[in-house]
Write a protein that binds this ligand. Sequence first.
Ligand code: BGC
Length: 768
Amino acid sequence: MTTIRIPDSKHVLILAISVALALFLNPSFTLGQTSVRQRDKAVEVRAENLLKQMTADEKIGQLSQTFAFAPGATLEKRIRDGQIGSVLFLTDPAQINKLQRAAVEGSRLHIPLLFGLDVIHGFRTVFPVPIAMAASWDPSTVEKAQAVAAEEARAVGIHWTFAPMVDIARDPRWGRIVEGAGEDPYLGSAMAAAQVRGFQGEYLGAPNHIIACAKHFAGYGAAEGGRDYEAASVSDEQLQNVYFPPFRSALDANVGTFMSAYMDLNGVPATGNRWLLHDVLRDQWHFKGFVVSDADAVKDLKTHGFAMDAADAAVRAFHAGVNMEMAVGSSDYEANLPLALKEGRITAKQLDDAVRPILETKIRLGLFEHPYVDETTAKQIIGNPDHRIEARKAAELSAVLLRNEGGVLPMKSTTYKKIAVIGPLADSKWDMQGSWTFANDVKENVTVLSGIRDQAGPDTEVEYAQGVQISRKYPSPFAALMQGKQPAPWSEEQAKTEFATAVQIAKESDVVLMVLGESQDMSGEGASRSSLDLPGQQQQLLEAVVATGKATVLILLNGRPLNITWAAKHVPAILEAWYPGTQAGNAIANIVFGKSIPGGKLPFTWPRNVGQVPLFYSHTLSHSPKGQDRRYWNEESTPLFPFGFGLSYATFQFSNLQVSKPQIHKGVNTEITVDVENTSDVPGDEVVQLYIHQQYGSSSRPVRELKGFHRISLRAHEKETVKLLLTKEELTYWSSATKSWIQDASMFDMWAGGDSTATLHTTFAVVQ
Ligand code: BGC
């Protein structure tokens, strides 16, 4: 190991300059361990030097982030005065450069701004929504997708994304389930790390990449009743074993920033929660980046009945560990921290500690050397056609085939003379893309109808009818915002005619593709639902079409499980396509016509009806286990589709599940092997899933827990042995009995298969 001696400050300066030069002049230069340490040192020294020159107000300015929906003279003045450290929500490189110029050329210390945006699933090229990408069970696809998003965003001057959202969601009424990876901490952790790698590249500040932000720390997905922003009451056991792991995984992947959550966590607002943001994040996890609040979450500390007033809110968020305040308008930090400093409610050292990681991030990004974005190259990069190919592939890999009775899918493009494409989402460009898309051109979105039209044979007619209208009701003030964005509602008469036309078209066709689900704004932030039913008259339309007796395929566009219990009995083929993004129609047509074979798997348990939620596979077992499938007298306890479920046009068989050592000593890793065979005449992908159950121990453990997975492609009749590593981390859990992480000596069950109901079983023991 090489250590760096620091003889005196002059040498430090020379070292800092030389490393900085090497790094910034050649940023793609791959760094060895020593160089990484030297670079870190150089960054620290530079930030320290800068801190020494800053006034208290300038420091507080670095802690303030503001929205810039319409940047004007006032904002520029605040920037020149050193009152703003970061701006979010700009996507125009010219506007970004203009504000950056105000900071770099107009402010006393020339400290550049950090530009942030919610780059959630693509920028100009829209990829499938995050829940869809999780359904690919393919971290490399997810990493690639976020690398493309990063490249496009960076090309216009964005440095920082507020993603990935790694909140575990077990209640699909919560609209933001669409933004995460679903219910499972193991899958969620894999997706969290993949996204961080994709956004950030090999190191913080890698060229063509942006800084990631793990959000919303923590427990936001456990909102009471699935209502967005509501309190979360989460036991320590659940926090440590379920809600924290994806955050921890993002941190281990070197995520640059965290975002605090809006809601109360066990009675203390997450944004004012020192235990969460300091004790856990800094002391236990040694996080070295910085924490940004959610938008106006500092102000909200007053709303919570936690802070006395705005000044108290600012001081308490600051002490809890929020480095930067994200404010929609005025900043509570800017308004109140200067006085708090004078009065000794915060100290100069605490202020330096809060600012330091923000300066370090700006240095690592190379912003002091290259503050501006090249406005001419931006267009070429974000218009790169290769990105669309990646988006289409990601959409194909994300789709989950839920039912395919009688082999309705794939359809031969020449078999049918008349295909009907029906439904309110079939030809709606807007609804192909899901929420959190700001920089794309909606006109470019390929709808399902146009994808099918493109690929249907020359002798095939494709007929279309919308059938029904769906729209979301907006509480004010959103109502005003959405006015004009939604088509005028049909009259009763017109609604009847449209419905009848759709059924008539179905009757005259050989096969019907029903494109149903939720419009893109029906899930996402502030889009919780008390029902999982298909909105509007879609269910009635589906039943009327199925009653025609025509072969029907249901294509779902949505971000949460919906009530399709009727469809699962009566519609022969169901394809969950999610919100697939820019390339939606091309990806779906490829799957429908068999050019691409679906292999995605559900990242959540699909309930039969909303009364079952929260419903997740990884529950514990208690009294009367035999009756566990009859916990309700009016409904089965089992889901409609289990976690991890998804069909293919191919079929697979699992055999020969082996644990390399049937007795594992605590702390030792072991290898698991299982054979997977494609038993069909077509190629396909299968996701090998490994589940364990600890039979006894210090706490009762879930009936099953995912502890390994691997997506493989197998040719027709190909057989492969898949190896998975079971490490001590996977056999360790946080026990509320001992209040610690523990690996118990115990017997374990293990299953491998294509979903969480896998039956191929073996056992092993963990011994002292
Ligand atoms: C959301 C965050 C988002 C922020 C900025 C908030 O309302 O909760 O997830 O990053 O807005 O857009």
